[in-house]
Write a protein that binds this ligand. Sequence first.
Ligand SMILES: NC(=O)C1=CN([C@@H]2O[C@H](COP(=O)(O)OP(=O)(O)OC[C@H]3O[C@@H](n4cnc5c(N)ncnc54)[C@H](OP(=O)(O)O)[C@@H]3O)[C@@H](O)[C@H]2O)C=CC1
Ligand SMILES: CC(=O)[C@@H](O)[C@H](O)COP(=O)(O)O
Ligand SMILES: [Mn+2]
Length: 385
Amino acid sequence: MEKVVILGSTGSIGTSTLEVIEQHPDAFEVTALAAGTNVQVMIEQVKQFRPKLVSMATKEAALSVKEAVATSVKVCWGDEGLQEVASHSEGTYVVSALVGSAGLPPTLAAIRAGKKIGLANKETLVTAGHIVMEEANKAGVSIYPIDSEHSALFQCLNGERSEDVRRMIVTASGGAFRDWSRQELEKATVEQALKHPNWSMGAKVTIDSATLMNKGLEVMEAHWLFNMPYEQIDVMIHPQSIIHSMVEFHDGAVMAQLGTPDMKVPILYALSYPNRMPLKTEPLDLVSLSRLDFREPDYSRFPCLKMAYDAGKAGGTMPTVLNAANEVVVATFLRGECTFLDIEEIVARTLDKHANMRCPSLDEIHEADRWARQFAQFILANRTA
Ligand SMILES: NC(=O)C1=CN([C@@H]2O[C@H](COP(=O)(O)OP(=O)(O)OC[C@H]3O[C@@H](n4cnc5c(N)ncnc54)[C@H](OP(=O)(O)O)[C@@H]3O)[C@@H](O)[C@H]2O)C=CC1
Ligand SMILES: CC(=O)[C@@H](O)[C@H](O)COP(=O)(O)O
Ligand SMILES: [Mn+2]
């Protein structure tokens, strides 16, 4: 029996993980849950899954949950609460599904506590890939990818030697604005940006998908997960999101993983690896689909992808700065307080201003993250109309 801890249980990945667990009560049991401020959803989850420990982002949210659930459930809050959930002594498997770089400290806590990790929170590897992978290796902890592309790559690599890989091809839907011109992008609204063509996801990753920043973050995620040089990671636009990614080998063979877009598939694979378990999901009907399309990404319409490649190749604190500035501007865009194209502009200006620091420690990463957020806020606050 795998005793599962979920960081971000009220979110898109968190709720899908609970749906997967619901389908396999003999294999998985919920031990602890952590979330932000969605009290109602957490109360329902606690009543249904009966975890031993729960953490919320604020004391107020935690007390509201505490009031509504059985006294046998311990409820805590804040950063300490997150750490406690991540390292719960009875947990064997931690699903890391917070959004943003807030996911890094509890994921590291889980690694240090020796838990198996199911990683959805790509920002963990973007901001501190060298530290996270080293600590996981040192602790003998396996990190199983949940992000659909990385799950696909992981499946394509099963039983293969990494030196036989010519390149990885990370597929991208192209997001809500795949076919929009730069002129149209100037007027893109929040509502339009949140309409992902194929996936239903949290707001932040959906906006990242529309700027193609998500694909840039995923290139960095693939670099760290599979120890693959950036020169061997390509991105290809594939509007249908049926091929979730591919691996091309030196002999010319290409392995691809296909399936209807449903995050429950990679979540269950990460939880059940090396086995496969049954799942209620829409079967893939290639005959009805009849065609799959592919094209090169357009870096001039979507410069965030190029910025992310450059930040990844530069390494050091550049990826942290790119990610932190992006988090700030995406949140601002979601509040309707800046334009869609402000995202790329402010991230670029923040990167330009940053003095890169090679091989940063966790404290230096934390400081670069703090600086980038402050600088991006400063630009946002001092823009002329
Ligand atoms: N959604 C998807 O299909 C995919 C997502 N991913 C990645 O997975 C991660 C999660 O994405 P997604 O599920 O869409 O995001 P959501 O926004 O749907 O969920 C985020 C979760 O994190 C919680 N949370 C946010 N901030 C804090 C905090 N400071 N302390 C504690 N909990 C917090 C939220 O709690 P609350 O709501 O209660 O405030 C919520 O449970 C991201 O890194 C994303 O890129 C990767 C592949 C696919
Ligand atoms: C489902 C998933 O893994 C998302 O990260 C997805 O990749 C977003 O889609 P695109 O970034 O390809 O639009
Ligand atoms: Mn993805």
